[in-house]
Design a protein around this ligand. Structure first.
Ligand code: FMN
Length: 369
């Protein structure tokens, strides 16, 4: 079986080539030191899961001190992080795997306890609809400009550390998404109000990051963007807002778009878009202008084939936690050898320390717990 789509290399617009169509999905490890510096455990975790995959997108790395989302989070908000990040990039790049750092700001989805007593910040002073959420402080205009600058600074640090690219984490309810969402963004200045205005932060962010890396890198450097297609909040992002977002992002010099889905076959909540999976609508809307990364419960080669009908690259997350050699087993038709279960005793062998183990518990399908 040599014709499977996932075996073929893929070249981004910027010129970087992935050796196959698989990408390791960004997964928070909670393994970093208190100040965001990488640990030996974390390097071991990535070393184990790189090599076979086309690219690794790292766990979310925090770009601003006031954006830290949780303890053990990777940091990229200070030059002191460059040395450790450089070791991380090298350990991922063994065997030609590309290293992409995910850039993140938590916005209202964090806690004063994580921010050493500071109140979380957000586009507006509106609490998230989560049981443990805290009332954020609405950002001042200069602070918004500063955060865009922080993302830019973080991208430059990633390039200096030897990463092949960065992914802007515009998904999963964090700050970038909060600017686009009518639930979290109630501003009436130029950063909020109409949908066009709620897009302004993303617009300026993407332009600022792509221009900065263009300026400082001579080698091809990947800039990707991750988004969540819908929100449950009312008001909230609806699928037609996402089609608008895609339309705007297709006009930017981005190397890829990466949708965040629980299942690659997931259907929209919106009654107007129920005829086919979200992924297919997105792929049709993009129409080849920018490569799309699919994700969500891809557990077999057959799943990957199906997801790749409506995307150029497929991201896999949890299966790489339970089986770091999942890619080779799929590529070499040895799927019967894939490990889908992790026992407490195997945690050390799989480099799954307390943080990631705890985080996994809420996110693994029942049979993987
Ligand atoms: C332990 C864990 C941590 C995660 N951390 C992140 C993250 O830091 N950034 C992000 O964009 N998504 C994160 N996700 C979501 C994954 O990238 C992915 O979209 C999700 O797990 C679905 O893919 P899968 O079914 O292949 O695991 C995380 C998921 C898990 C299980």
């Amino acid at each position: 079986m040599t014709n499977e789509k996932y075996r073929r290399p893929f070249t981004f617009k910027s010129g970087q080539t992935l050796k196959n169509r698989f990408v390791m999905a960004p997964m928070t490890t909670k393994m970093s030191f208190y100040d965001g510096v990488i640990t030996e455990d974390e390097k071991r975790y990535y070393q184990m899961r790189s090599k076979e995959v086309g690219a690794v997108i790292t766990a979310a790395a925090n770009v601003s001190e006031n954006g830290k989302g949780w303890e053990g989070e990777l940091g990229v908000h200070d030059d002191k992080h460059i040395a450790g990040l450089s070791e991380l990039a090298s350990s991922i790049k063994v065997n030609g795997t590309k290293a992409i750092l995910q850039l993140y700001h938590g916005g209202r989805m964090t806690h004063a306890s994580v921010l050493k007593g500071m109140q979380p910040v957000a586009p507006s002073s509106v609490k998230a609809l989560r049981p443990d959420s805290e009332m954020p402080r609405g950002l001042e205009e200069e602070e918004i400009v500063q955060i865009i600058d922080d993302f830019k600074g973080a991208a430059i640090r990633a390039a200096k550390a030897g990463f092949d690219g960065v992914e802007l984490h515009g998904a999963n309810t964090y700050l970038i998404q909060q600017f686009f969402s009518p639930h979290s963004n109630r501003r009436s200045d130029k950063w909020g109000g109409s949908r066009d205005k709620r897009f302004r932060f993303i617009d300026e962010l993407v332009d600022s990051v792509t221009a900065a890396v263009e300026e400082i890198t001579t080698d091809p450097f990947i800039v990707g963007y991750r988004f969540s297609p819908e929100e449950i909040e009312d008001p909230g992002i609806r699928f037609n807002d996402t089609l608008y977002l895609i339309e705007q992002l297709c006009q930017k010099p981005l190397d890829y778009l990466h949708v965040s889905l629980r299942h690659y076959d997931q259907v929209s909540q919106s009654k107007d878009y129920k005829d086919q999976p979200i992924l297919k609508y997105l792929h049709e809307q993009i129409n080849g202008r920018v490569p799309l990364i699919s994700v969500g419960d891809i557990r077999t080669g057959e799943d990957a084939e199906k997801a790749l009908k409506n995307s150029e690259l497929a991201a896999v997350g949890r299966v790489l936690l339970s089986d770091p050699n999942w890619i080779n087993k799929v590529m070499e038709d040895k799927e019967d050898m894939i490990r889908y279960d992790v026992t407490e005793e195997e945690r050390d062998l799989l480099a799954l320390t307390n943080g990631v183990w705890g985080f996994m518990q809420g996110m693994m399908p029942e049979r993987l717990k």
